[in-house]
Design a protein around this ligand. Sequence first.
Ligand code: ADP
Ligand code: MG
Length: 590
Amino acid sequence: DQLAEKHEYQAEVNRLMDLIVHSLYSNKEVFLRELVSNASDALDKLRYLSVTDPELLKDGPQLDIRIQSDKDNGVITITDSGIGMTKQELIDSLGTIASSGTAKFLKALKESQEAGMDNNLIGQFGVGFYSTFLVSEKVVVSTKSPKSDKQYVWEGQADSGSYTIREEKDPEKLIPRGTRLTLYLKHDDKGFAHPERIQKLLKNYSQFVSFPIYTWQEKGFTKEVEVDEDPAEAKKGDDDIKTEPKKKTKTVVEKYWDWELSNETQPIWLRNPKEVSTEEYNEFYKKTFNEYLNPLASSHFTTEGEVEFRSILYVPATRKDDITDNRKTKNIRLYVKRVFISDDFDGELFPRYLSFVKGVVDSNDLPLNVSREILQESRIVRIMRKRLVRKAFDMVLGISCSENRDDYERFWENYGKILKLGAMEDKENHKRIAPLLRFFSSQSNDELISLDEYVENMKPEQKDIYFIAADSLSSAKNTPFLERLTEKEYEVLLFVDPMDEMAIQNLSSYKDKKFVDISREDLDLGDSNEEREEIKQQFSQTCDWIKNRLGDKVARVDISNRLRSSPCVLVAAKFGWSANMERLMRAQTM
Ligand code: ADP
Ligand code: MG
């Protein structure tokens, strides 16, 4: 084409192109995500400008993305009716490093090469438009900006240091507004042009782009057609009577091609929570996270102010993974401006121990090419994390306050250990975790109680929250330590899970009430000491005698007023390990 102007790429683009074209990066499919997100950006820009300048839409009011693919020839076209590009914009955008993400990619690449590392940086950064060359031999971009009355064509080849720009003259190829990309796929990548493959990728990456994405799909419908009955068949009938040839109906499949909407244009999280039904939340959850049971709870919220994002969080009905297993759980799906970014996090968005909570988060404040490194350093992410955690705890608190006690029992069965782990690890959220904990108690038979229930049931003169740890519920209930407290009708928490005591030690108090281990020597039940002193005197020789007999096995033999029917009990020293902790330690070192 004599009219095409040749342009050289900026040196950095050359370097980038070289890397992309020759990369062994296996996740090539990201090209589609990048192109769809560019189309979506272009539509966003147009939508934004048209608010003040409705004239911009005069060439076509519809804002959409259409993807057509020809699997036989390995060609994909992606057309958007967005803002398009002028000739100068084409040169500026598709000949230089326009995107800051791409610039960061190059910088990271340089650093990693200097460090002698071979990182898969393409995937981490997302290289924007140039990622088309992961799969394409040749790319043609035909684009029309409302600012210009001409349509321009950019054309680039893999493995060439230059591109061309010409005016679109072919009337068949003129578009009213927007951009059409035509990708001529490399021989080995032609499989990407399968319409079903495209649809599948869109489901994965762009399910929630807020503009409709149509794909060109082959469809079929069945219809009944009348056919003449086979003469041989007819013969078998009454052969003397001459009749018209009999008619018979047959079902045939009629094939045709048509545009098919391939995404949900309105992501559920962008809708008003008042207008979304529980069934819709549940459906979305099951579809998104491949679950078959409805969640125990969900929470849909928007935060505004310093950092804006929308989110829906869920508590799954059952726990599949083991908490001691530190695998990443893909529990939070991050979207930036409705484009799916990643679900591969490791505590950046959510503390690890809470990774049983599943959900989606959509932020307008993060860059589309956000990487793990960016996430780790981002102040925005830190704020998001805080809010997500708070909402997650609110959601769990909601279950615990529900009329239906079974719900929380179910939750506790699945996630109780995780909350205890949180009480041990996550100091920042102690106050949120404490009301969610549940324990057996000396007064509740086999039902678990909350700390709030305990506090409510405290005697007026009672200052502390009492507990005893044991290796089973029955030994906890039968311990002599309980005798005095039971007499005074003080409730005692019975810790039978090894984690109970450790969790409580980290909390140390609840609503200003200290946790007190009733097996410790200095238990103070507020009794007068007079009587005790007298008895002490009376029995001092007996105590000495017992101490002599036991020798080093005990530190001291003392008179106590904590027993009622049992003659004696072994108590732990004020400091140091409780008997239960000793048991645990022994179990661990064995
Ligand atoms: P980024 O999207 O991060 O800016 P890209 O490499 O993906 O980086 O795209 C570079 C630029 O090319 C975009 O910023 C935009 O100006 C332009 N561009 C790409 N695709 C389109 C499109 N479909 N419509 C209009 N402009 C586009
Ligand atoms: Mg882009």
